[in-house]
Ligand binder design. Structure first.
Ligand code: NAP
Ligand code: ZN
Ligand code: ZN
Length: 348
């Protein structure tokens, strides 16, 4: 086992602090990755704060990992030392169930192994990307195309695939009318990817503060949800509404923005249940759906798509010491549009 530096949460209320963790012995199919950058996803914050149940502490978050391969196991065929690679939200799955076989490992019947707060094959808790290195089975590692800088590539491993997968699944393409609710990490990627797929994208943000950004990112229109006129003006206007908001919303109001047969895709995972009125679903044959990240093959497809179309997240690179402040800023919707930790000082 090797010891690496990391930033860990020790309880739901204490700030994250610097510590050391051990990584498992490399098996024949494993690669060791020196982590260069790790994005901060709002899911890290939900998890650390215990909003999805009490996690196992100490907990090293981070599932938007970009780095370089430093060692490979004897049976590894896909990667070599020096390759630029990424790791997303899971590091293993059963590989046998119908969903794993279909490339939807995130819906593994036996449950995927989360990159953190999961149970590793050696029985210990998995620990994530706010650290200097990680050991991962090569089948759960992604190749980062040369044209994508490692820092900006990191958020693609969660925010990128989480928005790309539903856009593709619901056939978003030229002329599709898409509304993106919430302009944060996921939201700004949904705007960029929707635009790259040819859709007509509208941003629905709490205020008009980020209007210029939204239009620059590729939206054709931008509305404030704090203005009740928005919901009157946009009634029945969209084929797809992508909800990336981390807090509870009045879903009925957003369902009413869909045209007949439209789909509201829920990506946000707030702590508390949300209420869904029947009338907007029934009175428009509308659908309410959800989507969880994406499979390994689709994640590689997304990375290649981003390289081909020049799609990259807008990031603010921070030192590990800034993680707790970054969390506060994410919670205050003050993120433009993803914090990415430079883990150089953890590589040591
Ligand atoms: P984020 O960067 O914090 O973005 C969320 C955005 O939601 C904020 O920027 C803000 O946008 C809006 N918002 C926040 N609080 C709000 C409120 N009270 N009312 C209305 N709007 C509010 O978070 P993220 O990293 O994009 O993640 C978003 C959510 O998706 C989280 O719940 C996360 O756990 C979840 N997630 C799900 C998956 C999946 O596979 N489904 C994957 C990753 C993350 P405006 O300022 O523009 O209003
Ligand atoms: Zn995430
Ligand atoms: Zn499976």
């Amino acid at each position: 086992m090797t010891t690496v530096s990391a930033y860990a949460a020790t309880s739901v209320s204490e700030p994250l602090t610097r510590t050391t963790i051990t990584r498992r012995e490399m098996g024949p199919h494993d690669v060791t990755i020196a982590i260069h950058f790790a994005g901060i996803c709002h899911s890290d914050i939900h998890t650390v704060k215990g909003e999805w149940g009490e996690p196992a502490f100490p907990l090293v978050p981070g599932h938007e990992i970009a780095g370089v391969v430093t060692a490979v196991g004897s049976e590894v065929t896909r990667y070599r030392v020096g390759d630029r690679v990424g790791v997303g939200c899971f590091v293993d799955s059963c590989r046998e169930c119908r969903h794993c076989l279909a490339g939807d490992e995130q819906y593994c019947v036996r449950g995927m192994t989360g990159t953190y707060n999961g149970v590793d094959r050696d029985g210990r808790p998995t620990q994530g990307g706010y650290s200097g290195a990680i050991v991962v089975d090569e089948n759960y590692v992604l190749r980062i195309p040369d044209s994508l800088p490692l820092d900006a590539a990191a958020p693609l491993l969660c925010a990128g695939i989480t928005t790309y997968s539903p856009l593709r699944h619901w056939n978003v393409g030229p002329g599709t009318r898409v509304a993106v609710v919430g302009l944060g990490g996921l939201g700004h990627m949904a705007v960029k990817l929707g635009k790259a797929l040819g859709a007509d994208v509208t941003v629905l943000s709490q205020s008009l503060k980020k209007r210029e950004d939204g239009l620059r990112l590729g939206a054709g229109a931008y509305y404030a949800t704090s203005d009740p006129d928005t919901f009157r003006a946009l009634r029945s206007s969209f084929d797809v509404v992508i909800n990336t908001v981390s807090a509870n919303l009045d879903l009925g109001r957003y369902l009413m923005l869909l045209d007949v047969d439209g789909t509201l895709v829920e990506l946000g995972m707030p702590e508390k249940p949300m209420t869904v009125p029947a009338a907007p679903l029934v009175g428009g044959r509308r659908r309410l759906a959800g989507s969880l990240i994406g499979g390994i093959a689709e994640t590689q497809e997304m990375l290649d798509f981003c390289a081909e179309h020049g799609v990259l997240p807008e990031i603010e690179v921070i030192e590990p010491e800034y993680i707790n402040t970054a969390y506060e800023r994410v919670l205050a919707s003050d993120v433009r549009y993803r914090f990415v930790i430079d883990t150089a000082s953890l590589r040591g």
